[in-house]
Design a protein around this ligand. Structure first.
Ligand SMILES: [Fe+2]
Ligand SMILES: [Fe+2]
Length: 470
């Protein structure tokens, strides 16, 4: 079913066929728009060159054009599936998937949807002021594209809450607009989504590391036996890929410019020359990677085991796994700390599902490091960027009670504290980064701390007027 854009809420779920649901969502819509106006992008624009989903199919799902952001067509789009989808894992493996929420899983499913839903508007809030310091119109456009799509992901979760969770669901949908990132009284649910995204280096790191966590979380929900959730997440994953592209290529371009400046001035200390030193890039990696690892939860989790057994949440690419998909007999090796030493332990594979997902994520993160080191190598530098040890700077899970260095040594609190400014962005680093953040709004121009992109958007050149400011 293709998307109906004649409706007030574009959708491919036949909203018109369910008047009650349609009315409920239409009454949530003005609240969403007022949230967007107050918490969304702060820079006033006339229009932005954005992509809008027009079809959920593999071919040509996106259409590009200049649109006024408040008139963006946020809607409800679910991926299409055959009718005979079966549960791929857990104790109900092989049975037909659910089109309705089974009573016994109602609370858990609602919770999973609310937690996912909460992250979507949170990132828009975190990135609200970034437009004021965009390094180019191309980057400004990419920021706004990410923002409108996170807004749409909120719609995706709100649709599920309204359509399947009754009055409770509607209340939760309302609450998703009431919590705000960093708000002392009603913060967003997860820690990383209450951190600031104060500058563009942080933005690229966020879209590389934190949106990538989103990819893996959505990947587990895409496996869900609750079919509407599965289909929603499948389509969200398509949009998510662009967010990570923004992060990957953003960091590519920062590293490239850093190399150019080091070469030009024959020094690693390029801060006085308006660049971002390599060691500062490393510290930002250390920070964003470690807070993103926290989003995977505890290494050992009975909740994760229960969600899997019940069929609510699968593993990353569940169907490609070569095991029995119930995991009742399997073991998994986890890191642990014993007698002041880092060591490993065996636990039931079911208990280690958060870690299983995190391991997939870590592997994926490595690919960025490889790219950035290749850029360094191409410019003749053999220094390398790296991912810190998984125990570094953790607030969640077994490492949260220990101090681990980026290279993976267990150290005492005071030894760690003494080195902290060398591992995580210091006040001086942040001040320097902030000093570089000056808007460049002239088409075809770029800030001095970052290289231009190799390609524009949708075949357009870098010089294209991607955004018309108001
Ligand atoms: Fe998202
Ligand atoms: Fe995203």
């Amino acid at each position: 079913m293709s998307i109906d854009y004649s409706e007030k809420i574009p959708n491919n779920v036949d909203l018109a066929g369910d008047r009650k649901l349609q009315r409920a969502l239409e009454s949530w819509q003005p609240n969403f728009l007022s949230w967007w106006r107050t918490m969304g992008p702060a820079v006033p624009t006339q229009d932005v060159y954005l992509r809008t989903a027009v079809d959920v199919g593999k071919e040509g799902w996106a259409q590009f054009g200049h649109v006024a952001m408040e008139e963006y067509r946020w809607g409800v789009f679910l991926a299409e599936r055959g009718d005979d989808r079966r549960i791929a894992f857990g104790e109900q493996k092989g049975q037909p998937v659910w089109q309705q929420v089974p009573g016994e899983y109602r609370a858990d499913l609602q919770r999973l949807i609310v937690i996912q839903g909460d992250t979507e508007p949170a990132s828009v809030e975190q990135q609200r002021r970034l437009g004021e310091t965009a390094p180019s119109l191309y980057d400004l456009r990419n920021l706004f594209q990410v923002n409108v799509e996170e807004g749409r992901h909120l719609w995706a979760m709100v649709y599920l809450l309204h359509a399947y969770f009754g009055r409770n669901g509607r209340e939760e949908a309302e609450a998703l607009l009431q919590r705000n990132s960093g708000d002392l009284d009603s913060p967003r649910i997860l820690g990383a989504f209450n951190e600031e995204t104060p500058d563009w280096l942080s933005f690229y790191m966020f879209t590389y590391f934190t949106d990538r966590d989103g990819k893996y979380q959505l990947g587990t929900l895409k496996e869900s036996a609750f079919d509407p959730l599965s289909r929603t997440c499948e389509f969200m994953l398509k949009e998510e890929a662009h967010h990570m592209f923004v992060g990957t290529t953003g960091i590519d371009r920062v590293v490239t410019r850093t190399c150019e400046l080091m070469r030009e001035h024959d020094t690693a200390d390029i801060a006085p020359h308006g660049g971002i030193p390599l060691d500062v890039i490393q510290k930002y990696i250390n920070f964003h990677y470690s807070v993103s690892l926290d989003l995977f939860g505890s290494e050992r989790s009975t909740n994760a085991a229960n969600y899997f057994t019940a069929g609510l949440k699968g593993r990353w690419q569940e169907e490609r796994r070569k095991d029995d998909h119930t995991l009742t007999e399997d073991a998994f090796t986890i890191d642990t700390v014993k007698d002041g030493q880092l060591t490993t332990d065996e636990v039931s594979a079911l208990l280690a599902l958060n870690l299983d997902l995190r391991n997939e994520y870590v592997k994926d993160c490595q690919s960025g490091l490889k790219r950035w080191n290749r850029i360094l190598g191409k410019h003749g530098y053999d220094e390398s960027l790296y991912l810190p040890h998984v125990g570094f700077n953790r607030q969640v899970g077994l490492f949260s009670e220990h101090r681990v260095t980026p290279r993976g040594e267990l150290v005492a609190e005071d030894a760690w504290k003494a080195k902290e400014d060398g591992w995580l962005p210091s006040e001086a680093d942040k001040t320097h980064i902030r000093s570089l953040m000056r808007p460049v709004y002239e088409p075809g121009k770029i800030a001095g701390w970052i290289a231009p992109p190799t390609n524009g958007i949708n075949g357009k050149p870098f010089e294209y007027e991607y955004v018309h400011l108001a």
